[in-house]
Design a protein around this ligand. Structure first.
Ligand code: NAI
Ligand code: MG
Length: 356
């Protein structure tokens, strides 16, 4: 049966970079017989301009009826004066919530051609291939009670609550173990079990599931403060890192910067039923409309979509290999440019990847 892809370009460079990923997908559809269809809808600021709200019902319905969502980025200075509740970013949060996308997958890989772009020494970064699996719908970001209260002495006190149910921990653990099976079969679960009871439960549940269902995968545990340190000290020790929402927020940003270039890094957000794929960067208003944005993160997001939602792992690998080949050819968008390489724009980079 034909697989439906909802294409949501969004704002800023979103439409420019998504167009290049769509080029690749259209080629697979038209020339390689892949049974997919694509339909586009506005989200974020583009949707506010067209309909008054960041996530119009028609866009939500398109996403709910699709097998996968490809998203560019949302937001920009034009909509910053708006109150938080109606900003472009709400469109994205609304999609994550309505599609119940509880697993955020962020690979951090370093292309050997770009090792010099990392802030770390080449011998530390070359060969990095980490997948951060972050739980996205629970933890201290959503726990109740929360708030800021006034104490009898007149001073204020703020509080949030860290909460994870066994079921929530189990479902993200399964995602991590399954992902590890297709990689180096190593999972490092990150927690703060020495201090926080919630994460003590996290460690127990992950351990039970690993022992019972994934004896072939090597499981280790690390406290989050040590994990933050180890990511800088010796990043190659990691394969899959699985962790909760708040630790994952911080560690996934840290891991992404090891590779040095935000325009290169894709992501997937998965639920039981849906998958949404987007570059990790934002709408880059400073370079929007100039045709110079790096489309690789978005094209690699489409590759993740082929792998996780469309059951086309071979095409995913071919796209990833094509990106590597184009880097070998010395083509670079300005964000990854270095002396001795050839500077190209967004469309030329997309065309070169398609050709490769
Ligand atoms: P940003 O990621 O948009 O840009 C940060 C820097 O990286 C800028 O200098 C930009 O030019 C550069 N950059 C980003 N992507 C690039 C690419 N593909 N090629 C070349 N250079 C690239 O983050 P910033 O500036 O903090 O946010 C801009 C807007 O994007 C804000 O409205 C923010 O709310 C929104 N945003 C949206 C996200 C999303 O849709 N998932 C995520 C992060 C920010
Ligand atoms: Mg973050």
């Amino acid at each position: 049966m034909s697989k439906k892809i909802a294409v949501l370009p969004g704002d800023g460079i979103g439409p420019e970079i998504v167009a290049e990923a769509v080029k690749v997908l259209a080629y697979l559809r038209d020339e390689q017989g892949l049974d997919i269809s694509m339909a586009e809808a506005p989200v974020g600021g583009a949707a506010i301009d067209a309909t008054g709200v960041p996530l119009p019902d028609s866009t939500l319905q398109l996403a709910l009826n699709a097998d996968a969502v490809l998203l560019g980025a949302v937001g920009g200075p034009k909509w910053e004066p708006l109150p938080h509740a109606v900003r472009p970013e709400r469109g994205l949060l609304g999609l994550r919530k309505r599609l119940d996308l509880f697993a955020n997958l962020r690979p951090a890989t370093v292309y050997p051609q770009l090792v010099a772009a990392s802030p770390l020494k080449p011998e530390l970064v070359s060969g990095i291939d980490i997948l951060v699996v972050r739980e996205l719908t629970g933890d201290i970001y959503f726990g109740e009670p929360r708030g800021v209260e006034r104490l009898p002495d007149g001073s204020r006190r703020g509080y949030n609550t860290m909460v994870y149910s066994e079921a929530e921990i189990a479902r993200i653990a399964h995602v991590a173990f399954k992902a590890a099976r297709g990689r180096q079969k190593k999972v490092c679960s990150v927690d703060k079990a020495n201090v926080l009871e919630t994460t003590e439960l996290w460690r127990e549940v992950v351990t039970e599931i690993g022992r019972r269902d994934y004896p072939d995968v090597e499981l280790s545990h690390m406290y989050v403060d040590n994990a933050a340190m180890q990511l800088i000290r010796w990043p190659r020790q990691f394969d899959v890192i699985v962790t909760g929402n708040i630790f994952g927020d911080i560690l996934s940003d840290e891991a992404s910067q090891l590779t040095g270039s935000i325009g290169m890094l894709p992501s997937a957000s998965l639920g039981d039923k849906y998958g949404m794929y987007e570059p990790i960067h934002g709408s880059a208003p400073d370079i929007a409309g100039q045709g110079i944005a790096n489309p690789i993160a978005t094209i690699l997001s489409a590759a993740m979509m082929l792998r996780y939602s469309l059951n086309e792992p071979v095409w995913a690998e071919r796209i990833e290999a094509a990106v590597s080949r184009v880097l070998d050819q010395g083509l670079r968008t300005p964000d990854i440019y270095a002396e001795g390489t050839r500077k190209v724009g967004t469309a030329e980079m997309g065309d070169a990847i398609l050709a490769a």
